[in-house]
Design a protein around this ligand. Sequence first.
Ligand SMILES: Nc1ncnc2c1ncn2[C@@H]1O[C@H](COP(=O)(O)OP(=O)(O)OP(=O)(O)O)[C@@H](O)[C@H]1O
Ligand SMILES: [Zn+2]
Length: 738
Amino acid sequence: MPRFFDIAIPVPMRQTFTYRLPERLSGQDVEVGRRVQVPFGNRTLIGVVLSEPVDPELDPEKIKDIQALLPQESQLDEQQVKFLLTCARYYHHPVGDVFSQALPVLLRQANDIDLRQPLCWQVEPSLSDDDLAEKLASIAKTAVKQQALFALLKKQGAMTWPQIRLSGFSKAQLNALLKKELLLESRLPSKVFRFEPKLVATENKLQLTTEQALVVSQISQHLNQFSCHLIDGITGSGKTEVYLQVMEKVLQQHQQVLVIVPEIGLTPQTLHRFEQRFNVPIMLHHSGLNDGERLQTWQSARLGSAAIVLATRSGVFTPMPNLGLIIVDEEHDSSLKQQEGFRYHSRDLAILRARQQQLPVILGSATPSLESLHNAQLQRYHYHRLTQRPGNSKLASMQLVDISTQPLVYGLSGLVQQAMRTTLEKGEQVLLFLNRRGFAPAIACQECHWVCECQRCNRPYTFHHNQQLLVCHHCGSQRRVQKQCQQCGSVRLSPMGQGTEQLEQRLAELFTHYKAVRIDRDSTRRKGELEKRLEAIADNEYQILVGTQMLAKGHHFPNVTLVVMLDVDGALFSYDFRAPEKMAQLLVQVAGRAGRASKPGKVLIQTHYPQHPLLQDLVNNGYEHFARFALMERQQAMMPPYSFQGLVRAEANNAYLPEQFLRDISSQLNNSECALCGPVAAPMEKKAGKFRFHLTILGKDRKSLHQTTQLLIQLAEHHPNKNKVRWHVDIDPQDMSW
Ligand SMILES: Nc1ncnc2c1ncn2[C@@H]1O[C@H](COP(=O)(O)OP(=O)(O)OP(=O)(O)O)[C@@H](O)[C@H]1O
Ligand SMILES: [Zn+2]
């Protein structure tokens, strides 16, 4: 009797496909989670087996054969398959694509792959102290980085290349030490992680404050079962120390820990702190790794040999058979939500996974999302607060600076310049926050006011001075700088407004005795550049830090005592109902970079609207008060988290088709328990040449949202124009500007 299996394959259809196990493979075991190679149309695809053998619904004659079973060493376990199926259902996303996204790129192909454990390096253990000292002396005094790398490995034990790189070292430095026979190269052991007391560097453990101790003990009472904990702790209150101490208890049970953070490349110090505490295999998962490195993380996690996986959002899919805890740090951060393709929220999936696998999950933030606060209010989550900074560091004071009535010099008010001078003269650092990359956000004609726009987006090009380019920040298109106005022919074109690139230049004129450094996506594009700049800031080589929100994220700048937000007005009048929440979070997070050591910090916020209630509330009463008020507003307006939202987006080369498409499917929908809003043009109606429309679904509960979404998808899939319009569904959308 031939056997048939349901298989998920990466095609844009919301269904699974049945295949036959051919005679020549019939002797083999086919477990749920096995990767297989199957024919589809005239292509060959990699799929994943979803079921035990099934009775086919189709005529067996029409069912195609599985071409090959791929190595068992790369298969998913049943737990993982169950989780991914739930993900696909929750987000109404094609199941094959969910599986494909959850696999490392190399496993989406049929090629032979190297599934060995990653290489790692440690100080040659066979060398005596005397030998070491002698060899160490052979490293030139001037080779400071080699010395430092050696010292790090000596302290740390074995490290993989991604770890070494993130610590700021190069392959050349590593190779130099290898050549001098100071290091032993081996593969990370593939044995399952087992805890031993000596793996914790207890000397680095901090004496917990009363508040911290309480949180650690409360969470520790809930290990080995599902529970969700929200740690609402002000910036610098020591959330990381709480994570570390709970992690230790989980590791002690020989279990694995998954830590999800919004960015890793941006915040290498998170990894340092883990390494300093735990001498266990820590594997990384983030966009700075190549495909091979990502596969190695996946594999050691899957084998149970990685004790800790530190990952960005897609790390939530890492298979970890002995998982005992998930931590989502900065749970409010919008980069935890994937904005294209499979649009999942990593925090929400972490909770779903924790529930399915019966383990605790910790969400941490100084500015929790309104969703999480609401869940805490409903007592779905355990709510923990950290209200103080350990030691004598105080939260920075915030002050609004009215710029509607005073002249600015390069965007800086007199009061701000004065405060900067005072701070700099004391030998302390200043951080200037401006969320706008480039030299100027537009180039305009002085005669006729024509603005040079991207034709594909109908938005102004941003002027990048260093590259002498105009770049569209919406679609990425670039062109050379125009010399002449296209409307009136005048050559009097000039930049309008100010971005970080310009600000950095101007500061050199204003503060001649001090050095400024810029941190944004442009200035840190080159590998290792960010680390270099952060290090130089720590060494006080720069006194003025200019940056975008890259600077707001989790950094610890002990000598920064003044933070200036140059322009926060954009968010005050946004169409997006989440804009005030995001702006409040950003403000508090940036402010949290000031005065983190013993020196008190100050935050100056420049605005044209100092009386705006949102700003007043934040500055006078803090985030908690703001959040309570914002939640009340959401409740009155019946917006999330008091309702459940889905969004159908459609786009096409003309404006008519997507609007008509959405209108058709919404008008064909009968008896929906949800309110449908739209179709309306997206806030950015045209992007990269496509016209875009929205249909919003608002349900009073999740069940009705799911039902309505399901029905709309069916209608869309049968619409005659379904191939002329590109459309997708976004459940719990975060960014309505798309
Ligand atoms: N119990 C403690 N005793 C002394 N110092 C502590 C203690 N806990 C944390 N710290 C120190 O306080 C500083 C801030 O801690 P940490 O970075 O963990 O804060 P956080 O809450 O994660 O902040 P943020 O939200 O801004 O990232 C660190 O330098 C940390 O070493
Ligand atoms: Zn564009």
